[in-house]
Design a protein around this ligand. Structure first.
Ligand SMILES: Cc1cc2nc3c(=O)[nH]c(=O)nc-3n(C[C@H](O)[C@H](O)[C@H](O)COP(=O)(O)OP(=O)(O)OC[C@H]3O[C@@H](n4cnc5c(N)ncnc54)[C@H](O)[C@@H]3O)c2cc1C
Length: 409
């Protein structure tokens, strides 16, 4: 563990996962002294943020990563999503989104979390003014009027103390910082598990993503750069267990049966992993000198692939507000942050949660209504345009980084 230097900093970012590392990078080059504390080394196979998953990035997220200077490295390895096919398994509901119809090169891009993590951390290593303490875990937090004191435990040795003007909780859905700051969360357990794996079919993916609503929950196939797919398959916990344990042939056959043949025949599946799904949303985005971003602020169902996209906008807005501040933990700044993020956050939480609810309902009338909704959506160019713009957020001020601008005018 690298020691936290003099014991003081302007901004301590707890969690150097996808969102925390992005915030740190956004603050590089400002006059703020920033320290990132990350529990699991970025290159470790156990890193929970940069794991085997792939992430669908919207154009807004791509723009932020481009402005941060990491897209040039990630872009060549990313798969453009040119079309999205949405369908209701066993029913007639179908809709298709096409990037070209909206004058876009792509609706989004799929990137491997490991590649994104490696690119973010390489960029952090080159950034002036950013210190990284890892592997090291924040184990306690003592709020104060002028400073927040953090207790940091590395592998062995005495815990280190660090005082920060602002502490940013980027430590995921079960954030210790959020709890220690006294911020409560609303939680809804979906009683579903996302099973994730890479797979190959006998046809190349050709930039088409599939979102299919099945009896157990949504099933998404996202194209990967090598022509294969990553699947995010929502299942009940019991079925997920048996699908994790199934031998490859049985897994492919069962998935094929659930998904159908739109992407061709499933011929190979890679390593499988699983994630229990719940909605966890903090009741407030700040308390004293603590601010919440990313999954620490809200952890969403992956149905709409919006969690990281939303978290990245949290990071971009916070960076913009504190970049030139004398005191980055000042109350009025954090109040502005919470205010600026409110409508995007509320909109995305509601949109995602309602999508899960509507498409988990197996009653005949509900199915007929949503299938009609899908068909009407398919005929409505304004509705499609609105959905394709979702990656810039649900409202509120758009961060400068999302517009390709530097943090300060
Ligand atoms: C199956 C699945 C598929 C998804 N697909 C998409 C998608 O396609 N598009 C999309 O936008 N989003 C997607 N998401 C959501 C996305 O993965 C999350 O929104 C994103 O990982 C949040 O990043 P984060 O950095 O806020 O939190 P995390 O990824 O949880 O990272 C938190 C970090 O904090 C560290 N940490 C925790 N506690 C401490 C501590 N006490 N001290 C120091 N460090 C600590 C952890 O080691 C970790 O590195 C998906 C989620 C799931 C489950």
């Amino acid at each position: 563990m690298k020691t936290p230097g003099s014991g003081h900093c302007d901004v301590a970012i707890v969690g150097g996962g996808m969102v925390g590392a992005s915030l740190a990078l956004a603050l590089a080059g400002t006059r703020l002294r920033v320290i990132v504390i990350e529990a699991v080394a970025a290159a470790s196979a156990a890193q929970p943020s940069f794991d085997e998953r792939s992430t669908a990035l919207g154009n807004g997220a791509r723009q932020i990563l481009q402005t941060l200077g990491v897209w040039d490295e990630i872009g060549p390895q990313a798969a453009p999503i040119r079309e999205i096919h949405i369908s209701d398994a066993g029913h007639y509901g179908f809709a298709r989104l096409d990037a070209a119809e909206h004058g876009l090169a792509a609706l989004g891009y799929t990137v491997a979390n490991r590649q994104l993590g490696a690119a973010l951390w390489r960029a952090l290593g080159r950034s002036p003014g950013i210190d990284v303490v890892s592997p090291a875990r924040v184990v306690a937090l003592q709020p104060g009027a002028e400073w927040v004191q953090l207790t940091i435990a590395g592998d062995g040795g005495e815990p280190q103390m660090l005082q920060a003007r602002l502490v940013v909780a980027a430590d995921g859905a079960h954030s210790l910082v959020k709890q220690a700051a006294g911020i409560a969360s609303n939680e809804r357990d979906y009683q579903q598990v996302a099973l994730v794996a890479n797979l190959a079919t006998d046809r190349s993916a050709r930039g088409i993503a599939f979102e299919r609503f099945t009896a157990t929950g949504p099933l998404a196939l996202l194209p990967l750069a090598d022509g294969s797919y990553t699947v995010v398959w929502t299942l009940t916990p019991e079925v997920a267990q048996s699908m994790l344990a199934a031998e490859d042939g049985e897994f492919c056959r069962t998935l094929q049966h659930s998904f159908g043949w739109r992407a061709g025949q499933i011929v190979r599946v890679g390593k499988r992993s699983s994630y229990p799904l719940s909605l966890v949303s903090a009741q407030r985005l700040r308390a004293g000198r603590v601010a919440l971003i990313g999954n620490a602020a809200q952890s969403l169902h992956p149905v709409a692939a919006q969690g990281f996209n939303l978290g990245l906008r949290d990071a971009a807005m916070l960076a913009e507000l504190i970049a030139a501040a004398d005191d980055p933990g000042a109350e009025e700044l954090l109040a502005r942050f919470a205010h600026q993020r409110a409508s995007d956050r509320r909109g995305m939480i509601t949109f995602t949660d309602q999508l899960v609810t509507v498409f988990s309902n197996r009653r005949g009338a509900a199915i007929a209504a949503r299938d009609l909704g899908l068909l009407l959506f398919d005929l409505s160019q304004p509705a499609k345009r609105a959905l394709s713009r979702l990656s810039w957020g649900f409202g509120g001020a758009l961060p400068r980084l999302s517009r390709g601008l530097p943090l300060q005018p």
